[in-house]
Every structure is written in C-alpha cells, then in structure tokens.
Design a protein around this ligand. Structure first.
Ligand code: AMP
Ligand code: MN
Ligand code: MN
Ligand code: MN
Length: 280
C-alpha cells in the first residue's frame, strides 16, 4: 500500500467528534485523504457507517479505535488500534467494559464542577453527546463554553478539565497490556497515540516505550495533529530506536475544534517504515 495522504486517527459523533461518520469520511475524501481510519474513543460503533461511506467514495479505509489506558502513577495514555476485525467479540467486550465506567465518571466530574460554581454540567454535557455510552470531557467543555465561562474548548481544559484542575477526576481505564492484547487478538496493530501529549518525565517516557513494546505494541504516531516539528523529529527518533512502525494522524475532532484539518498534516520522515505497509 502506498497512500499519498493517509490519516489514521480521527473522531466522529460516536465519541467526541462533531461530525457523523459518513460526513467525516466525505470531508476526508474532499481533503484528498486516500487511506482513512476512524478511531473513536473506546468505540467501534461508527465503523460500519464509515466503511460504507468510504467504499462509496472509492477511498481505502481501515478499522480503528482509540483505547483509554491507565498507566503508571495515575497517568492516562491512549492506544490506537488499527486494521483489526471489527466483529471480534473480545475486542468489543473489552471496549464495552472501558466505556461502562464513563457515565459514573461524568457524574463525578459534574459534582466537582458544581463545587466551583458550574452547575447542571451532567445534563449540559449530555446535550452534546451523540452516543449516551460515551460522555467525555470534550462534551463537558462544549457545555462550559455554552455557559460563557470560557471562549473555547482549549481554555476550558486549561482552567477546569486538565489533570490538576478542579473538574478533573481520576479514573481507572484499561490496563496497557489489556488494550494491546485486545487489538492484537483481533488481528490489529497497537499504536501509541500522540506521545507528545503526555506529561511524563524523560525517564517515565522511556519506561512507557519499553513497556508498550514488551506488551506487543508495534507502532507510534510520529506525525500527529498535535505534534510540532521538534516533536516529529523526537518521535521519529523513538520509532528508529525501538523499531516501531510510524503512523500519520490528524486526531481531527471537528471544524473549529482542531488545529489541523483531516488529511492536512506533515508527511512522515521518508526513512521510517509506515504502519500501512503492514496491509499490503
Ligand atoms: P476523556 O476521554 O473523556 O478524558 O476526554 C479526552 C478528550 O478530551 C481528548 O481525546 C481530547 O479530545 C480532549 N482533550 C484533552 N485535553 C485537551 C486539551 N488540552 N484541549 C482540548 N481538548 C482536549
Ligand atoms: Mn477526543
Ligand atoms: Mn487521544
Ligand atoms: Mn484522538
């Protein structure tokens, strides 16, 4: 496979994106994407619709998901699964379990927000949810913007929802080995999502790469919509050192909410082995 403009990470209304799967696929196609993965958080419910839309558009598509993982000392990391069988029962059951904790977590987030004067946040966030099983911090952020407490979603995270802020609650997601195992058992490739976004010390960072590789992780997002040029260089180096397959990913959530549009990222450094070569 030799795609010119692959994008292997984006979100629809099945998780915290703003567009339904079919509309997202159409936007990708219009932007010149020729290989797409939809990677909703802890969900695969949008894949049938996306695959059908991609087929209608004549665009290559691979199944994806982005699994929430608890790692180390209350850190959350995201593992993208690519190219798995979307009918696999063990993967579906694992994702259902991870999703299952989200509603109670949302109640705890709302209770913390109420303490700092933002009332009605549970019901408010639900107004933005496309999938009742998948309420996320992004939905809370949209409600807080609606209430006029902040001008945009990014500002809401900075003041209320990021780790250490008043509306943040710790939560137990999947274990790293479980997430990698579910993806692998379903025939997919586990990819470490947006490594530049984790607040880790250099030593913790290396521990994460080592653990990810030992547990069967095979890929890393070198190019992500949230990586700058220095980060792309850094994670290209990690891909070379650890022998990881390289992925290229916008992490697009919707117009106006993402810095980089679907399919509009930098290209991978040419010496890296791209993850899509596994699908030849
Ligand atoms: P959750 O899975 O409910 O913890 O929500 C995580 C999602 O929140 C991420 O996938 C992003 O879409 C969004 N998010 C996290 N941090 C930020 C941030 N600093 N700015 C904007 N969105 C963010
Ligand atoms: Mn998200
Ligand atoms: Mn993520
Ligand atoms: Mn994402």
């Amino acid at each position: 496979m030799n795609p010119q403009n692959p994008d292997l990470h984006c979100h629809s209304t099945v998780s915290d994106g703003l567009m339904c799967p079919a509309a997202l696929v159409e936007r990708a196609h219009a932007n010149g994407v020729d290989l797409l993965a939809l990677t909703d958080h802890d969900e695969i419910g949008g894949l049938d619709e996306a695959a059908q839309a991609a087929e209608a558009a004549g665009m290559r598509f691979v199944n994806g998901t982005e699994i929430s993982v608890s790692w180390g000392d209350d850190q959350t990391v995201h593992i993208v699964g690519l190219g798995f069988d979307r009918k696999n029962a063990a993967l579906a059951a694992g994702l259902a379990r991870v999703r299952g904790g989200r509603d109670a977590r949302a109640g705890r987030i709302a209770a913390e927000l109420a303490k700092v004067g933002i009332d009605g946040a549970y019901e408010g966030a639900l107004k933005y949810v496309g999938n009742p099983a998948l309420v996320s911090r992004s939905h809370f952020a949209r409600y807080i913007v609606e209430r006029g407490f902040a001008r945009d979603v990014k500002t809401v995270f900075d003041h209320w929802l990021a780790k250490g802020k008043p509306g943040y609650v710790s939560h137990v997601w999947a274990e790293l080995g479980e997430a990698i195992g579910w993806i692998g058992a379903a025939g997919g490739i586990a990819v470490l999502a947006h490594p530049g976004r984790y607040r880790l010390t250099p030593a913790q960072r290396r521990e994460l790469y080592v653990a990810f590789k030992e547990l069967g992780g095979r890929g890393i997002e070198v190019v992500s919509g949230s990586h700058n040029a220095d980060e792309i260089r850094e994670f290209a180096g990690i891909a070379r050192e650890f022998g990881f397959l390289a992925s290229r990913a916008s992490d697009f959530h919707g117009p106006g909410e993402s810095f980089i549009d679907i399919g509009r990222m930098a290209q991978l450094p040419p010496d890296l082995k791209p993850v899509w070569e596994e699908w030849d």
